[in-house]
Design a protein around this ligand. Structure first.
Ligand code: KIV
Ligand code: ZN
Length: 391
């Protein structure tokens, strides 16, 4: 892997599937895993095998069919979980066990009723045990976002010695600011012995709407893996959206960071996940929302028709959307109406447009959006008038 390559770790089927009411069956998970593999994700987190027989089975079946990506199973820091994950991953060409434990003061005190020293011991033991099954072991320090940096560095150093290959630094509660999260990565890079031999991973939640910004701050400060989900789905406000981080890296080449994602498959993959999860995608969702390339105000439409770059910073075709759309509403101008009419075969002259446009506005004031059928109707209604003008 080159120094500038950011690994994309997709957790749609694990963290993403923790959305209430969005349970997928094994067949659906296989369909999504196949698509993620084609999309070019580097790691697919297929599930949490000990959590239920269904999840175990899904990880087994996904391990059998995935051709390129590493397949990963989540565990807590105990031998039973790790045994189950190792069993479930036995058919994977490239298996990874993802084990870990809460490291923040509140997790240590309230979740585990334990001490920082005992938590370090459990973390080391879990990594060593996972290592008896697979070479690739990722360690997560749950709630790392709210964990004191010195303690986090100590635990990271210990799990590296125990054999961890990837260190996941989750902002589990979505609390960090981008500067803070980036500084955490920088601190770890500068203060953990052996850090140059492992990959640092960003795992950010979106409780304050900062998951994407935090993940980008993480890679700007040396992390080389981003954990994310399609459409940003996940517990509470969700996880980092895969399509967002991938397009940010693509659209900002000066960052000099690449991914293996075939961006032209982003929109269709988003639709596939939306369909199987039964979760609506907000229309204004960045990159893949229905309105992401739609222009409806007159000033913007005029600009886009003249040159797309005036109001678009990425090419819709790059994410698999055929073209930008010019949406007709009461805020639209003549240029937009002429453009849409032309696509339907009406080359309106300036005089004809002067007649049709006021009729269009009357219609548009009564309706949220003017669709092709309405344009035909309006032009047909005005034809008598345009004929009169022409004669
Ligand atoms: O958000 C989190 O901390 C997690 C870990 C279990 C990796 O999802
Ligand atoms: Zn998470």
């Amino acid at each position: 892997m080159s120094k500038n390559q950011v690994q994309i770790f997709d957790t749609t089927l694990r963290d993403g599937e923790q959305v209430p009411g969005c349970k997928l069956n094994t067949e659906q998970k296989i369909i999504i895993a196949e698509r993620l593999d084609e999309l070019g994700v580097d790691i697919i987190e297929a599930g949490f095998p000990i959590s239920s027989p269904g999840d175990f089975k899904s990880v087994v079946e996904i391990s059998k069919i995935v051709k390129h990506a590493t397949v990963c199973g989540l565990t807590r820091a105990n031998t039973k979980d790790i045994d189950a994950a190792a069993q479930a991953l036995k058919y994977a060409v490239k298996p990874r066990i993802h084990t870990g434990i809460g490291t923040s003061e509140s997790h240590i005190k309230y979740k585990f009723n334990s001490t920082p020293e005992r938590i370090i011991e459990r973390a080391k033991d879990a990594v060593k045990y996972a290592k008896t099954y697979v070479e690739d072991v990722e360690f997560y320090a749950e709630d790392a976002g709210r964990t004191n940096n010195e303690y986090l560095a100590r635990i990271c150093e210990e799990v590296i010695k125990a054999g961890a290959t990837v260190l996941n630094i989750p902002d589990t509660t979505g609390y960090c600011l981008p500067e803070e999260y980036g500084a955490k990565m920088k601190y770890l890079r500068e203060n953990v012995k052996g850090i140059e031999n492992v990959i640092l991973s960003c795992h950010c939640h979106n409780d304050l709407g900062l998951a994407t910004a935090n993940s980008i701050a993480g890679v700007q400060n040396g992390a080389r893996q981003i954990e994310c989900t399609i459409n940003g789905i996940g517990e509470r406000a969700g996880n980092t959206a895969l399509e967002e981080v991938v397009m940010i890296l693509k659209q900002h080449p000066y960052l000099n960071l690449d991914t293996n994602i075939n961006t032209k498959m982003l929109y269709s993959t988003s639709q596939l996940v939306k369909h199987h999860m039964g979760l609506v995608v907000q229309p204004n969702k960045a990159v893949i929302g229905e309105n992401a390339f739609a222009h409806s105000s007159g000033i913007h439409q005029d600009g886009v028709i003249k040159n797309r770059g005036t109001y678009e910073i990425m090419n819709p075709e790059d994410v698999g959307v055929n073209e930008s759309s010019i949406v007709l509403t009461a805020r639209s101008g003549r240029a937009a109406l002429a453009y849409r009419a032309k696509n339907l075969g009406y080359a309106l002259t300036k005089i004809q447009l002067d007649i049709v446009y006021p009729e269009f506005l009357k219609f548009a004031d009564k309706k949220k959006e003017i669709i092709d059928k309405d344009i035909h109707k309006i032009i047909e209604f005005c034809k008598i008038l345009t004929d009169k003008v022409a004669s």
